[in-house]
Design a protein around this ligand. Structure first.
Ligand SMILES: Cc1cc2nc3c(=O)[nH]c(=O)nc-3n(C[C@H](O)[C@H](O)[C@H](O)COP(=O)(O)O)c2cc1C
Length: 371
């Protein structure tokens, strides 16, 4: 039986957190649909203002307006759990985090860097702060720093393995290393959390992400001690996903051989579905970069080969001549577009099947010792 997730009193009946997907792939519609099924729906904040008029001249203001709008839209569509995802690497990180805290979103997941600075207006009763890491060491550094500096720790942690979609927190040669695989990282991260759990007298949920696609994947990682899973790729091919139909179809048409790695101006490898644009950048072609706003702290826009924000936003609109889809290693498994409810029902049925196989269930009854 899937055990509900409890993050310091914030409860999820379905221990699934939908991965925030930029640019414009997970907005209010997808997030609300997942939240309505009992999971957590996550709006991706990165480049969210690109749909606003005048964005090129007012990028910071547009991002703030669009983020607030999407959070409020999601709240209108669901009473469930809604969060946002922000990358530390974006130049307006603090401003976006501030909007999220003001709007009292249920959770904020912070990736692409070490989340060391506790926001002044953070109140765990309103919003759970959850760093996303790719190594147990990074989790330890963040939690130790918070504990020593603030006498407080973040509410939970996401550990993401190398099969994930989007930016991957590993060097390219590490992507297939056995010691970097999610089950290993998960178990090490759980161990790292023990001293903090003892010190603060509460459970620190460790949430596993990267390459979790079906109920079997979910069952196996939950059995290793994950308190919940974070799933991105699987939710792209849903009716409610906020990207254009062409973006979803790109997943359905892809085979395993089409999923490849590029070097992103963020300074990390990125996993994408190959196309002519991707082949050109992999061959070293310089693309036109016209950057009036510098959305990434790490991006030297006079030197980069292409603009990642534009490439992702174009793809989300279905314009693949000037962009590409981020995608997880399992994106090729998509066969058709389903509703979020259908995807989740299938995951639950597969999970249930694994329990029967493992002898934890007899028919529809859970054996007492597993409860
Ligand atoms: C299309 C796409 C876009 C993504 N964009 C972001 C993003 O903007 N910020 C972020 O922190 N993670 C991003 N991710 C990562 C997801 O939030 C999630 O952690 C990841 O998808 C989990 O792995 P999975 O895709 O194998 O399920 C993205 C993933 C995908 C597939």
């Amino acid at each position: 039986m899937m055990k509900p997730l409890n993050i310091g009193g914030l409860k999820l009946d379905l221990p699934i957190i939908q991965g925030g997907m930029g640019v414009g792939v997970s907005l209010s519609r997808l997030a609300a649909a997942v939240a309505n099924e009992g999971g957590a729906g996550i709006i991706s904040a990165v480049g969210i203002g690109m749909t606003e008029p005048g964005f090129r001249n007012h990028f910071r203001e547009s991002n703030k307006i669009a983020l607030q709008k999407e959070i409020r839209k999601a709240r209108f569509l669901t009473d469930g759990v809604i969060g946002i995802n922000i990358m530390l690497a974006v130049s307006d990180f603090e401003e976006l985090l501030d909007i999220a805290l003001q709007e009292k979103v249920d959770m904020v997941i912070i990736g692409a860097g070490l989340f060391l600075k506790k926001p002044e207006n953070y109140d765990s009763k309103n919003t759970k702060l959850i760093p996303k890491v790719s190594s147990p060491r990074a989790a330890r550094i963040i939690f130790r720093h918070w504990s020593e500096r603030y006498g407080q720790i973040p509410d939970a942690v996401v550990v993401e393995g190398p099969l994930c979609g989007g930016h991957v927190g590993f060097r390219e040669h590490e992507l297939k290393q056995p010691d970097k695989m999610l089950p290993v990282l998960l178990q090490q991260t759980i161990k790292e959390m023990i001293p903090f759990e003892q010190k603060y007298g509460r459970k620190i949920p460790v949430i596993a992400g990267g390459g979790i696609y079906d109920g079997k994947d979910m069952y196996e990682i939950m059995k290793l001690g994950a308190s919940a899973v974070k799933i991105g790729t699987r939710f792209v091919t849903t009716v409610e996903c906020d990207a254009a139909e062409e973006f979803k179809q790109n997943y359905i048409d892809a085979g395993p051989e089409d999923i490849t790695i590029i070097h992103s101006p963020v300074g990390l490898p990125g996993r994408v579905i190959s196309n002519d644009f991707v082949k050109e950048i992999q061959e070293g072609t310089q693309k036109p970069v016209n950057c009036p706003w510098k959305c990434l702290k790490t991006c030297d826009y006079n030197k980069v080969q292409f603009c990642i924000a534009e490439a992702l936003f174009n793809a989300a609109k279905g314009e693949f001549e000037h962009g590409f889809s981020f995608a997880g290693s399992n994106a090729w498994k998509a066969e058709k577009i389903t509703t979020v409810r259908e995807a989740i029902e299938q995951i639950k049925a597969e999970y249930f099947h694994q329990e029967i196989k493992a002898g934890e269930r007899v028919g529809s009854k859970i054996k007492e010792q597993t409860i």
